[in-house]
Write a protein that binds this ligand. Structure first.
Ligand code: FMN
Length: 321
């Protein structure tokens, strides 16, 4: 599949995840085979106000390209202005390869503001926002949606058609409704319906936790690509495993030593980016996941949660046998 000028031979991407898909996770994902990634969502309004924290979140480096930058909001003019600002590199970073619009976030604060998945109640507004962003930037515009607000209002096809008509270059569909949050199972039959209705490239998303899931979703939905979120946390190897399977190659499971090395590399990227104190605190949610299938993981998690330095984390990890 193609996003603008970027050819993604297998369409295997890291999904946007606030609090997770930061510089460190994106970079390690690329190193293990991801072909594309999307930043954590950033507020269009805060971007337009020039908020420094927002701009820091929006920075993309060469080591994580091609990466799309995701914005959220509900006013077409503000979304267009933010997209235009964020089309240029932040600081000494590189420009995103696309601007992605969040139309799927179910978080109460976002939804109750009429943003994220609340937009799916208003396909006309979806069209207006997408059109405004498409018109404001020369980069491709992409959009990420869910199936609808709830099971009584599944309208992903209608929303996807509005998005396509407005000129978007690609779409991602998470196979759940807003009401489901992250419960139940992603419904790939509904994602397939969207794929059959639009002509722009589509990423299928939801519950791809193993390489087999990835291959199954690609074949069940006919999607051009897949986005993987939670399945890549502590498991960037999933990208190379899926690509190996698609190429018909044998995949060698990462050894414990390889897992230790990847976990510490991700931590070092985070430290370089955010400093040791913040990186170590944020690593608590991610690093133990590298070792979830090993005996002693619960103990390791507890130790990581108590750690305040890289040295303590490294010592805890090195004890794992
Ligand atoms: C902690 C967390 C944060 C997320 N943040 C975002 C976000 O910023 N933007 C977005 O479009 N989706 C976000 N999502 C949704 C994911 O991109 C994805 O659609 C969802 O997790 C289903 O895919 P998965 O089963 O592969 O994780 C988030 C999900 C999680 C679990």
């Amino acid at each position: 599949m193609k996003i603008g000028n970027f050819e993604l031979p297998f369409g295997i991407a890291l999904a946007p995840m606030a609090g997770f898909s930061d510089y460190a996770m994106r970079r390690i994902s690329f190193e293990y085979g991801a072909e594309y990634s999307v930043t954590e969502m950033v507020s269009a309004k805060a971007t337009v106000y020039g908020d420094k924290k927002t701009l820091a979140l929006a920075k993309i480096t060469k080591a994580e390209s091609p990466t799309a930058l995701q914005i959220f909001g509900s006013e077409p003019s503000v979304m267009a202005e933010a997209a235009a600002i964020l089309s240029s590199p932040v600081g000494d970073g590189v420009a995103p390869v696309a601007i992605d619009i969040n139309m799927g976030c179910p978080v109460h604060k976002i939804y109750s503001n009429g943003e994220g998945s609340a937009l799916m109640k208003k396909p006309k507004l979806i069209y207006d926002i997408t059109r405004a962003v498409v018109s404001a930037i020369s980069l491709p515009t992409t959009v990420k949606i869910r199936l609808g607000v709830d099971s009584e209002h599944i309208n992903a096809v209608e929303c996807a058609l509005a998005i396509e008509e407005a000129g978007a270059a690609a779409i991602t569909v998470h196979g759940r409704t807003k009401a489901q949050l992250y419960s139940g199972k992603a419904d790939m039959k509904e994602v397939e319906k969207v794929k059959k209705s639009v002509h722009i490239p589509l990423f299928a998303n939801g519950d791809i936790l193993t390489a087999e899931d990835g291959i199954r979703v690609l074949s069940e939905t006919g999607a051009d690509g897949i986005m993987i979120g939670r399945g890549a946390v502590g498991n960037p190897f999933i990208f190379s495993e899926i690509i190996a399977a698609l190429k018909g190659e044998v995949f060698a499971e990462p050894t414990l030593e390889e897992r230790k090395s990847a976990a510490l590399t991700q931590l070092d990227y985070a430290i370089n980016n955010k400093g040791e104190t913040v990186a170590v605190r944020e690593a608590r949610g991610q690093l133990a996941k590298y070792f979830h299938s090993f005996r002693g993981c619960a103990e390791l998690r507890a130790k990581i949660n108590r750690s305040t330095t890289r040295a303590e984390i490294e010592a805890a990890i090195s004890e794992l046998k």
